[in-house]
Design a protein around this ligand. Sequence first.
Ligand SMILES: [Zn+2]
Length: 257
Amino acid sequence: MGHEGVCAVGFQLMNGYRRPSLPAAVARQLRQEAGFGCAKCGHPYIEYHHIVPWAQEQHFRPDDMVALCGNCHPSVSLLGEDRQYAIKANPFNIRKGRFRGALAYDKRDLTFKVGGNWYADTPIILQLCDTSLISCRLENGQAMVSLMMLDEECHQILAIRDNEIIFRTDDMWDFRYSHNLITAHSAPRDVQLKMDFRGAEAIIEGKLQIGNAKIELSANETVLPGYNSMKGCHIHGCSVAIQLGDENEALPVRCRV
Ligand SMILES: [Zn+2]
């Protein structure tokens, strides 16, 4: 079974011989056609399966590959090729029109590095009017993150509520999920998100749309509408760290999923 490589010409050692890594563009095409989850069941944690087996022909043809989760991968591999192509042609998430799944994070505290600033034990990191865009809480020793990405008209492009993520598949250009790391790109509007909880710091970065303005959460700084920049701040025990707009005003968020 193939795993995505970091570059198109990378190689990995398998069974004593060198097998090239799956090209990034092929992996993205397979994610896109499957609605970013397993083609059979929609699960967010996917692998890339060769319908025409690698042992038979060494290829990375997207037409003869499909995205599958670790549960479905072995059983689908045993099906006839016609059944495998049928699963590829009718992916679970595309049928539903949405991606949904639980993000598994091994994160047990509420310290986050968001757009170049550190937030500890701060339940609401970013709020627009009465609606929190980035918030967190602890439940049974596990960090639960909630986050919202909106478009210009306050339609939800992506919502995470207590680590449960949902978005419409046609709102997303690319979405990658692996253990403790997600990246999302909504290409037409250039809205992006990265949540990287692999290292010592739990990093949240991206470009979030707010009406006609953007909030940039880059590695080193947070740029708010009006070009106010925040960098290197340590905020601890604050109920709301960044409030944009009037907290008594209702934000007309429209749910699309
Ligand atoms: Zn599956």
